[in-house]
Design a protein. Sequence first.
Lengths: 394, 249
Amino acid sequence: MKNLRDVWSSRFMHYIGEVQKYMQFTFTGHIAIVLVFLIGAGGYQYSEWLKVVQADFPAEILIAVIVGLLLIFSRPTTLLREPDQVYLLPLESKMSQYFSKALAWTFWSQVWIAAIVYIVSIPLLKAVTDLTTLNIWLIFLLIVVLKYISVQGEFNYRYSERGQLVWVDRLIRAVIFVVAIYLALQTQLLLVIIATVISVIYMVVFRKKSIGEPIPYEHFVKLEQNRMMSFYRFANYFTDVPHLHGSIRRRGWLDWLYKFIPYGKGNAQKYLVFRTFIRTDDHFYLWLRLTAISAIIAVFVDIPVVTWIVAGALSFATTIQLKQALLTSGEFRMDMLYPLPDNARRLAVKQIVRLAMITQAVIVGVCAITQPMFYLTIVIIVGVSELTMKISKP
Amino acid sequence: MSVLEVQHVTGGYTRKPVIKDLSFTIGKGELVGLIGLNGAGKSTTIKHIIGTMLPKEGNIRLNGVTLKEDTDKYRTAFSYIPETPVLYDELTLREHLELTAMAYGMNKATLDARSAILLKEFRMEKRLNWFPSHFSKGMRQKVMIMCAFLVNPSLYIIDEPFVGLDPLGIQSLLDQMDEKKKEGASILMSTHILSTAEKHCDRIILLHEGSVRAQGTMADLRNAFAMPNATLDDLYIAMTKERDHEELA
């Protein structure tokens, strides 16, 4: 049999492939535009604020709490699967090889979050504290070390306690880490070392405790499943995820909307298409996320021209995708046999998309209400949508 | 006058026709069984009748019109129960009935009256707000059957109706079919359950390799095969063997 390092490697490659596949879709197109805008706007605001920040601003405690809290979330990425509890059982004693690989990945995949937040806060530290550059980078090193302890600690705790009461463990680590970072920012070297040693002892206690315990496969497998599901659900806001494909939700709270399409032969296709739009996750979330992005831009970007361009682009994107999604269906459906005019489906899709886009226009318009000529946003969204519907292929 | 007239129809998916020069009629109030092996052309025949496939040659008339001549009249004239239930995942049972009623121009009162009877007959009253994902295969089949009977057309086209239904469901379906027949509706039913076909069908069409091998009442068929006292199963097996011999010869 291949050794356990190979098992890890092949799983890891598969996992990375899966993540990459969806990340590509998630961070392309409209979401990339939004991120660039948000990061740009945020960076600009931050640098302006640094110019006027008061010297007594409590930067140390704030940074200690934020970074400390970010450090404690160290859920191990084990990539274990359900069949493992049967097939890997004979290898129990050799599993440490596998887990050391898994924990290395867990560390590298998570450490950057706290690191980036700390690096972003460095200009603030320079502005309000007397820390030297050397001190600042030594503290960076401390944060990396604490993250390593955190990853090992959480894994040992979950292993020995089978995942019970993990928040207690996290609370204890949070207190130790926040104190350690705060003391470091106060350049209390000795106390920092003491705090760090305490956290190492804490980690070792649970490692000792876990020795001889069987691997808590069930707990780790469940963690993996939850992680992948939440990843897929996240990705599904941006793109089609086949694992979740075509899921249907009743969304009973929107039932009142259906009253707008009264009973009658002329409304049969509209009756169907409207429900398809509201209840199919793919279609509904498509509309929801593009509307949300457009609305967020309208709220946070104060330059009307930018709002208009983004609103227009997103109106185009929503209209064309929604129209295609609702029109195309290769399969046989019963409504193909209904004694209705041939263009009934196309007409119904057009009207439902129009309804969805007017709703989008109103939402974005309200969000842009503080801007001069905000009503132009509404006109642009509806106008672009109508134009798109007209010129796109039927 | 015939409700359905299939006249010299040739058709299929590619150039090679699946059905060849097919002709038969169904009269008012008749229950006709369409019988054949897998691949004999039953489903293709049905697809041509419901209009999802168009004949390469020949034509199909329903109540005197072809699909091209009067689409609305043609489509209103029949309802169809496919072999595998085709439901909308996003609609509840109630909404399936409502949508069907709307599409066929039924008024609300008629919908309520007819669906109440059907729901009771098929024991689905308590599932009105369920989505198809919660239905078993048999229940899905029942939804299709209820939608078809709700419309009250001149012709019912039913593809392999008994698979997946529980015995009570089968009985309910047969009862409904009987009742509609008495009211003057015609039924074209394709099935492999030959004993049921023999018992209930007024006429049988035996389809083999895309052509009508024989058709008529059970008596006609027994004469044609020179097998008095034969059951439909016997005739069916005889037909397939006879063809195999011809092919070998």
